[in-house]
Design a protein around this ligand. Structure first.
Ligand code: GLN
Length: 487
């Protein structure tokens, strides 16, 4: 078969081509490995070769996704393969084992194309906090791909991988998916094992698929979810998800959290959102206004809780156990120099914020209060889901912004997660699907064309199947053309 046809296929279509004998697993892998060499977006931090791509893969595995290669965010431990979390402190680190998510896919016969760029330790919304330079948005290289899973979103949108793994702590799968015009799913907290996923904020971190369409997201999730005895927060629900087939939204209710969505959305994004709401109604869904009164405080709570957890999680990088060591002076200076020299500025900012928030005397004023806000947000969603099946918002208030546009102002950057953080705090599943195109506000430099806009749908905990069915029906109606992202 023609190689161009293979490289344009979704993961599900690729699986069907392999299954039907039109292409062998070896041909498929070698075409994709060759294709990754076209990456001029800094999307990959490391690219596999024919041997390393199948390192721990069960090449005899049968099943629906065997042979469909995958790009993996560089936050997942991969046995014998560089794993840096885009930090200098982990340069040269080669883990002795695979993360459970990676191991599950390897045992399903999925080869690895490479490790993708990201914000250092997943802290960021633009990929500009990578110690190895940002990945670029394939729709317009003067713009960010979003973050922190920006490399994964960029390579899928650019056609440099059929699909990818990302992680989402406050929006890092959904927001880059929105910025790059692809699908990003953050499943319910605990539904995919976090074992071997380098920790940022453990009560929020979740692995999620970044794919060309909703069907691919379902296919990947089906292999990833389930109990893992190596992660005590993982749940026992396995193989629950099947491929979505819904054609309409009859009988389903969608709630718009008016107070949250009113917080300032760019007009172009708002227009796409409104059009998508009309589509929901055309498909038979009912849309109503709901309240999530505390959701707008999500960002404030998140930026206490996530740095607090990060400050403890990152204490393990001490120059003794992993990666780089700055000097061999006395122990105290060795710790200080290692952390001082090899952590980037945003990581240091978070460690300082988190350490302060947890210090005695301030603990209750910051951490305790943020936890109480989190509980209120959980209750807000409970109340909302007693009225509607789904909560809908734009994924982000703007399209992809320009490189450097927000780097000098961390607070504006933090606001990029306004619509995605509440779902993370509540631990519920949420998906971003591409819904249309809009002109960037303020123009900016570069190609100057319209950029993709994401539409976010959230469901109650473990409501993935319903969420995927609704997204599938809506995706069909939207019929988004991702061609502009291909390089
Ligand atoms: N942008 C958010 C942050 O910087 C979310 C990151 C993430 O989800 N990993 O914390």
């Amino acid at each position: 078969m023609a190689e161009t046809e293979l490289l344009a296929a979704t993961a599900a279509e690729t699986a069907a081509l392999i299954e039907g004998g039109q292409v062998s697993r070896e041909e498929c892998l070698s075409a994709w490995l060759e294709r990754t060499a076209a990456d001029d977006l800094n999307g990959y931090l490391w690219r596999a070769d024919a041997e390393s791509a199948v390192g721990t893969v069960d090449q005899d595995a049968g099943g629906p996704i065997a042979g469909v290669p995958l790009a993996i965010k560089d936050i997942f431990c991969t046995a014998g393969v560089p794993t840096t979390a885009a930090s200098k402190i982990l340069e040269g680190y080669r883990p002795p084992y695979d993360a459970t998510a990676v191991a599950r896919l390897a045992s399903a016969g999925v080869p690895m194309l490479g490790k993708t760029n990201m914000d250092e330790f997943a802290m960021g919304s633009s990929n500009e906090n990578s110690a190895y330079g940002p990945a670029l948005n394939p729709w317009d290289r003067s713009r960010v791909p979003g973050g922190s899973s920006g490399g994964s979103a960029a390579v899928v949108a650019a056609g440099l991988a059929p699909w990818a793994l990302g992680t989402d702590t406050g929006g890092s799968v959904r927001q880059p998916a929105a910025f790059c015009g692809v699908v990003g799913l953050k499943p319910t907290y605990g539904s995919i094992s976090r074992y071997g996923m380098i920790a940022f904020a453990s009560s929020l971190d979740q692995c999620g698929p970044i794919t060309q369409d909703v069907t691919d997201a379902a296919m990947l999730l089906a292999r990833l979810e389930g109990r893992d005895e190596m992660d005590s927060t993982s749940t026992g629900i396995e193989g629950g998800v099947v491929l979505p087939l819904a054609e309409d939204l009859k009988g389903l209710k969608f709630g718009i959290p008016a107070d949250l969505v009113d917080e300032g959305v760019d007009p172009g994004v708002k227009a796409v959102f409104d059009r998508t709401v009309e589509r929901i109604e055309t498909l038979g869904g009912k849309v109503e206004m709901i309240e999530l009164p505390h959701a707008k405080h999500g960002i404030s709570a998140y930026y206490v809780l996530a740095p607090a957890e990060a400050s403890t999680n990152l204490s393990r990088y001490d120059g003794v156990r992993y990666g780089q060591r700055a000097s061999d002076k006395d122990l105290g200076s060795m710790y200080e120099d290692t952390r001082g020299d090899y952590f980037g500025p945003e990581v240091k900012r978070r460690i300082m914020l988190g350490t302060y928030a947890l210090s005695s005397g301030y603990y209750d004023a910051y951490y305790g209060r943020a936890q109480r806000v989190r509980t209120k947000i959980v209750h807000d969603f409970d109340a909302a889901f007693s009225k509607v099946d789904f909560v809908i918002t734009p994924t982000s208030s703007s399209v992809a912004f320009g490189l450097g546009e927000k780097t000098s102002d961390p607070l504006t950057m933090y606001m990029a997660d306004l619509f995605t953080v509440p779902m993370s705090l509540a631990g519920i599943p949420a998906i971003s699907i591409p819904a249309g195109m809009a002109a960037p506000e303020g123009g900016g430099e570069g190609a100057g064309g319209d950029m993709p806009v994401g539409f976010q749908i959230a469901a109650p905990a473990f409501g993935e199947q319903k969420l995927l069915e609704a997204s599938f029906a809506l995706e069909k109606a939207i019929d988004f053309d991702g061609g502009g992202g291909r390089i």
